[in-house]
Write a protein that binds this ligand. Structure first.
Ligand code: HEM
Length: 204
């Protein structure tokens, strides 16, 4: 199976940016915020100001990286699904990949807005910083949900790892069937199990 280095670099960049974003939110909520409560308000504000100038470029960088690599990844994957005619063109719809992506995209947009506001200083977003604990918790929950949805989306096209179970959910009893059913033949990794779906369409 040939390695798709372009896709690999996209995936690395996307996952690393997600680690920076989610890790930053987690640390801010459960490390920084409780620690700052032990200082008086004037000191807290000085620390927040000092953090802003150092952390803001990372937030902007992570958001840009997630957007660019995420959109590229999505369009490239869409193009492949169309070109190869997965499940007669119904794969995106039948697996709910499109819907999951839609929900994830909206969550990501909300995360970007709140993450920027939490570190920013615009007057229009002051209401968010007035209750940092609440909005950090909500933003973190949305970001973690985005990670969970991403893993789900990925599993939809990588299929199961277990050799005991066919991707359609059918149990495979004998080893010969497993060998014949092996979807990693030549360079068609991950695609022959979709051929089976085409050959025996699911009942409506
Ligand atoms: C809060 C922001 C985001 C987080 C935390 C996040 C996290 C992740 C993670 C961890 C993965 C890898 C999943 C895996 O391999 O198991 C992933 C994949 C992906 N992300 Fe994001 N992401 C974010 C924003 C975005 C945005 C804005 C887009 C698109 C505009 C996007 C599109 C994608 C796509 C298409 C995949 C590939 C899913 C697949 O394998 O089918 N992500 N994301």
């Amino acid at each position: 199976m040939p390695m798709d280095y372009y896709a690999l670099v996209l995936r690395w960049a996307h996952v690393l940016a997600a680690i920076v974003a989610v890790g930053g939110l987690f640390f801010a909520r459960f490390g920084l915020l409780p620690a700052l409560q032990t200082f008086d308000e004037a000191t807290r504000n000085r620390i927040h100001d000092a953090i802003r100038s150092k952390w803001l470029p990372w937030v902007i960088g992570a958001i840009s990286m997630l957007l660019v690599t995420g959109l590229l990844n999505f369009f490239l994957f869409n193009a492949r699904v169309k070109l190869e005619g997965w499940n007669d063109g119904f794969w995106m719809k039948d697996t709910a990949y499109h819907a999951l992506f839609g929900v994830k995209f909206l969550l990501a947009m909300a995360v970007f807005y709140f993450a920027s506001a939490l570190v920013g200083r615009g007057e229009s977003t002051q209401w968010i910083r007035n209750n940092r604990a609440k909005w950090l918790s909500i933003t973190l929950t949305m970001a973690v949900t985005a990670v969970l949805l991403s893993g789900w989306m990925r599993q939809l096209h990588t299929g199961p790892n277990s050799p005991q179970e066919h991707s359609s959910g059918v149990q495979i009893e004998d080893i010969e069937t497993i060998e014949n059913d092996n979807r990693y033949k030549g360079d068609e990794a991950g695609s022959s199990f979709r051929e089976d779906e085409k050959a025996s369409p699911k009942p409506e």
